[in-house]
Design a binder for this molecule. Structure first.
Ligand SMILES: [Zn+2]
Length: 85
């Protein structure tokens, strides 16, 4: 399983998902849909507008099958029940 950084996500641009850092998604793709690169659930980017270090990927609905959420992860990766396609 590929290592996925907490600092990246996927954004939908012209109907195609692209990998982007949280900072890019936040600044250049403000209105685009964003999803978790691991479970593909919808995410929001929390943090301040300025300073990349404080941005944080947050799932819109928490999900125990996502390895990026170590506090709720139950050990087996499962796609988000409301994964974005
Ligand atoms: Zn996830």
């Amino acid at each position: 399983m590929p290592v996925v950084s907490q600092q990246s996500c996927e954004v939908k641009v012209d109907g195609v998902w692209h990998a982007a850092t949280l900072a890019e998604a936040r600044s250049r793709h403000t209105m685009a849909q964003k999803r978790c690169p691991a479970c593909q659930g919808q995410i929001i980017i929390a943090g301040t507008y300025f300073g990349e270090g404080t941005l944080k990927l947050q799932h819109r609905r928490s999900h125990t099958g996502c390895p990026l959420k170590s506090d709720t992860y139950n050990g087996s990766p499962v796609p988000h029940p409301q994964a974005l396609a």
